[in-house]
Design a protein around this ligand. Structure first.
Ligand SMILES: Cc1ncc(COP(=O)(O)O)c(C=O)c1O
Length: 375
């Protein structure tokens, strides 16, 4: 049975999450990064069994850390030491807390837009100065922009890497990451690598975990099963220190004891037993990306999709449509909710992000509505 095969009327009837309720009922939602997926059976069993036996106490995260380390070893030949790994309530709370303890109050955080919109929001929330090192026009890390931004941010600042990158789907290469690590080191900048989308790398594409690079040994990675197994409502994440990083001891226990025990058990089951489900999902996402490309070519030939190597997100250049605000036009005239590009980068107002992790039926209808909006 297809993981992404749920019918639109069933989704409307059964989903209670924000994706399906933030907009009026006549709007088709292909915006926020949650999937219209059937759940992974091993996760369902783990959660159901835990609740049924009353195993609803505080979290012991050792099994979660071990399951992640084994998954990383199988998938990417990376074996982080589970004994050094800390849990955090979720990836962004972990990122915000790390930024808070690792940078001074007047400190800076370097970001590479277009990047996950909450990166901008959380830097603002912790009161740090954002410094931008934009990706190149073809969505790669830009060494010159990074060097300029690190010089501006100064020693003691943080670089928040999105690896792979939301919304562009870029998988940073080992060479690019070595360049980043060397530059960060030379400028005294601490790298935090958000690798939440790492299990969603397309089949055949090589993902390089940041901490597998000797040059990155002082870095920190944040990982979670929440994107790849659609567990945003079961929040938990892990902070993984590089072999030469001792900074996690600065994170207060109020944060490291904040993971939810049911979420920990769900995510542990995903990493330990959910790989076949994940592989099926990756095949279906690839099919959806191909279908979406064909639908765009037929109905919206001016719109260009960035060639993503990861995530279930499509990053679309809508400049040829000549609209003041493409996302607003799609919503107002087409009744389809996508995410406007300015949320990811100040100069990306002509771009939109579309969530492809849904049925062929929903995607077909989404493109029909987008095309109707520009007729
Ligand atoms: C790059 C990135 N990091 C973090 C998150 C959110 O993770 P969490 O809910 O664990 O904070 C997302 C959600 O889409 C994301 O795309």
């Amino acid at each position: 049975m297809e993981i992404l095969g749920l019918a639109l009327d069933e989704l409307r009837r059964t989903r209670t999450s924000i994706k399906w309720h933030a907009y009026p009922a006549d709007v088709l939602p292909v915006w926020v990064a949650e999937m219209d997926a059937r759940p992974c059976p091993d996760v369902v069993s783990a959660v159901t069994a835990a609740v049924t036996r009353g195993d609803t106490g505080y979290a012991d995260v050792r099994g979660f850390a071990e399951a992640f380390a084994d998954f990383a070893a199988r998938r990417w030949a990376w074996q982080p030491d589970p004994a050094t790994v800390l849990s955090v309530p979720d990836v962004m709370i972990g990122a915000a807390e790390l930024i808070r303890v690792l940078t001074p109050p007047e400190g800076a955080v370097v970001l590479s837009p277009p990047c996950y919109d909450a990166f901008h929001g959380f830097v603002d929330a912790v009161g740090r100065r954002p410094v931008h090192a934009p990706l190149t026009a073809d969505h790669r890390l830009d060494p010159d922009a990074l060097a300029r931004a690190f010089a501006d941010a100064g020693p003691g600042s943080v670089y928040l890497l999105c690896n792979p990158q939301n919304p562009t789907g870029t998988v940073h290469t080992a060479a690019e990451l070595v360049g980043l690590a060397e530059l960060a080191d030379a400028h005294g900048v601490q790298v935090i690598s958000d690798e939440i989308h790492a299990p969603l790398v397309r089949p055949g594409v090589t993902f390089t975990p940041y901490l597998t690079l000797p040059e990155a040994a002082g870095g920190i990675s944040l990982v979670s099963a929440s994107k790849a197994w659609n567990l945003a409502g079961l929040k938990a994440a892990l902070a993984v220190p590089g072999p030469a990083c001792t900074l996690l001891s600065q994170v207060h226990p109020t944060i490291t004891h904040g993971a939810n025990h049911i979420a920990v058990q769900a995510q542990q089951a995903a990493f330990a037993h959910g790989e076949a489900w994940l592989d099926q999902l990756l095949g279906e996402i690839d099919d959806r990306r191909a279908l979406f490309g064909q639908l765009l070519a037929t109905h919206l030939p001016g719109v260009r999709m960035a060639p993503a190597e990861a995530t279930y997100l499509a990053w679309l250049d809508c400049a040829a449509l000549d609209l003041a605000d493409p996302a607003a036009a799609f919503l107002a005239r087409g009744r389809v909710a996508v995410t406007g590009g300015q949320r990811y980068a100040p100069d990306a107002g002509q771009w939109v992000r579309v969530n492809l992790a849904t049925s062929a039926e929903v995607l077909t209808e989404a493109v029909r509505r987008m095309a109707a909006a520009v007729d």
